[in-house]
Structures are given as C-alpha cells and as structure tokens.
Design a protein around this ligand. Structure first.
Ligand code: KG4
Ligand code: ZN
Length: 341
C-alpha cells in the first residue's frame, strides 16, 4: 500500500510517503527559525506557515518518493493532540486530498505515532514488532513526558505523565535562562557534552515517588533561583557548560530511573523511547547503559524520527488500515486535547 501522510500539529510542516512499512520520503519544513525571536512557538504564526508550506512540502514528498497521486491508496494526517489551528491545516488538507482521490482517510493520534516510531526503521523490520511485546515505552517531547505499558500491538495503557512541564519544555526553558538560542534542547545537549554533570546538584523531582508521573517545573525554577544567586556562572563558558551538564544529568536520571523501575515492576523485557528529547545524547547513552546492565532489550527511535515528522504518522496509519481499522470520516474534526488512554 502506498500512502501519503501529513503532520502539522506544532511547528513542523511535514509530509511523507510510505509503502509496505518503509519510508519512501519524509520532508520536514521546520519553523524553528521563525519562532526563535519570540523564544517559543507562536500559534498564529505556526498556522500561517503551515498554510504556506503544506502544498510544496506534500508535492516534494511525492516527487522524492517517485510517486504520483494515482499511486496513492490512502491518505493520513495528524488529528491531535496539538495546536488547534495548526492541526486544522493538516487534517483538512489530508481530508481534501482523500476526497479528491476517492481514497480512505485516517486521522492519527500524534503520540500513538511516536509510540510506534521505534519500529519505523532499522532491523528487525516492522513485521517483527510482536517479538518486543510487552514493553514499557517512554515518550518524551516538548509537550509531553509519559510512560506507557504496551501489552500487545494494539493494546496499550498510560502509566503516568507529567504533572506540569514536559522534559523538553524544561530543557528549552533552562536553555533560555542560560541565554542559549531557541530551541534550546539541542543546544543545551551540545554544551553539556563538554561540561561536568557533577558540578551542581539540582533536584530530581519525583524520583523516589512510587508512581510513574513526572514533574519538571520545580527543577526549572530551582535553576532560575540558582542563577539569580550566581549570575557569574553565565559569564564563564566552562561554568555554563557545567550548568548545562548538571541540569541534563538531573532530567536524564529521572527519565531513566522511572522508565526502568516501571519496566521491572511490570516484568517486561523490552523498553522503547521516542519523541524529540530522545535525540538527547545523554538520554540515549544512559538509557542504553541501564538497559544493558539489567538485560532489557532497548529500542530507541531513530534520531531522524524523534522530532515531529509525517513518516511516523504514515507508518502507523498504514499499519492500522492493514489491520482493518475503519477510515476516519472526511467531516471529522481536530482533537487538540486527544489523550492516549
Ligand atoms: O517531539 P517534538 O519534535 O515536538 C513535540 O511533540 O513536542 O519535540 C521537541 C522537543 C523540544 O523541546 C526540543 O528542545 C527537544 O524536543 N529536543 C531535545 C533535543 N533535541 C530536541 N532536547 C534535549 N536534547 C536534544 N538533543
Ligand atoms: Zn511530537
């Protein structure tokens, strides 16, 4: 089956063509530069950019995959959660294309697509998916931090999530406090690589609590107070790098410890991770080391598929259609607050 997918839930306009579990093209037009001067995503600007970009990006995805509209058997788009008007652009565009081509349309849950993204690429192929069930899955991005118990391919349960800020939001806000350019997560990661993670001791929120929830707002606030007390740190490059490494170590320790604790408790043998923050080098390294120590099989989403992109939407949509999921109505509306149950 050849399928085109569109993703516009936040600040990336993306279109992808997938066929039989493989990604033929995955075009991502990032708006990061546009939002940089405001220090965060401005919803109205994001919507305008999606409107401007979705057609050229979709055309480019078809061209790069060497397919035409006649080859398409289905169309998919992100239905939620996300910024309402941004979602509306991709969903309505996808429904219009499906209507024009008289093909089935599928509205996809953004987080469910992240959840399945560790299987999009790399051996073993998607077909071997069931060999990794059950598993505990960490989805960690700019908007969400959650742990999911995936019992079997279509049966998953939310174990816990963030009570306030997501881990990516914490990375971005701390980076802003440190004067780093937006989006701060990747920049903080880069500086942290040359810093000392033991230089400063920041809190590890909810680390010892016997639940699967997260909370990162307090950590960000403690960094703010710390920098108010020690403004000289930001005047020295080496100390700024130490600060980045220390904050990153606190976030990563919480994510790794709570993920493995859930995996142990539920008796699974496999752990997966996905979402933008899964690009973080310390998280990849520490999660790999911890899983190796405790003999868990780890499946990390490929870095190119961690941040928002349409390939993960397309792969999940194709799999759902292949498993008999009924198409979404062409009148279906966006679901900006769609939760993963
Ligand atoms: O999944 P994503 O593209 O968008 C959401 O659904 O939120 O994730 C974006 C988030 C941002 O907060 C960004 O700073 C963070 O992922 N991020 C990183 C890194 N790369 C992206 N955070 C830490 N280290 C990175 N290398
Ligand atoms: Zn995302």
């Amino acid at each position: 089956m050849t399928l085109v997918a569109i993703e516009t839930s936040c600040d990336e306009t993306s279109a992808a063509v997938v066929r039989d579990g493989r990604v033929l093209s995955n075009i991502v037009s990032s708006q990061a530069r546009l939002h940089a001067e405001y220090g965060g995503v401005v919803p109205e600007l994001a919507t305008r950019e999606h409107l401007r970009n979705f057609l050229p990006v979709t055309q480019e995805a078809l061209r790069a995959a060497l397919v035409t509209a006649d080859d398409l058997r289905a169309v998919a788009a992100t239905r939620g959660p996300g910024l309402p008007n941004a979602l509306m652009v991709g969903l309505k565009a996808g429904q219009a294309i499906a209507f024009a081509l008289r093909k089935p349309f599928l509205g996809i849950h953004h987080h469910e697509a992240h959840l399945y993204s560790p299987w999009v690429s790399g051996p073993p192929p998607v077909a071997d998916f069931n060999a990794f069930q059950p598993n505990v899955s960490l989805i960690v991005s700019g908007g969400h931090t959650m742990l999911i118990y995936m019992e079997s391919e279509w049966k998953h349960r939310l174990l816990g999530g963030t009570l306030d800020d997501a881990a990516g939001e914490c990375f971005d806000k701390v980076a802003k406090l440190a004067g780093l350019p937006y989006p701060g997560g990747p920049e903080l990661d880069r500086l942290a690589a040359q810093g000392n993670p033991l230089a400063y001791d920041f809190p590890r929120p909810l680390l010892r609590e016997p639940n699967d929830d997260f909370s990162f707002a307090g950590l960000k606030t403690s960094v703010r107070y710390f920098l108010q007390k020690h403004p000289e740190i930001l005047e020295q490059a080496a100390k700024t790098r130490d600060l980045c490494a220390s904050v990153q170590a606190a976030i990563v320790e919480v994510l790794v410890t709570k993920t493995l604790r859930a995996a142990r408790r539920l008796g699974v043998r496999c752990v997966t991770a996905s979402g933008g923050v899964t690009c973080n080098s310390a998280l990849r390294r520490e999660l790999s080391a911890a899983c190796q120590r405790e003999s868990f099989t780890l499946r990390l989403a490929d870095k190119s598929l961690c941040t928002d992109n349409a390939a993960i939407i397309g792969i999940l949509a194709e799999r759902k259609l292949a498993h008999g999921q009924v198409a979404t109505s062409l009148d279906a509306e966006i679901l900006p607050n769609w939760t993963l149950s």
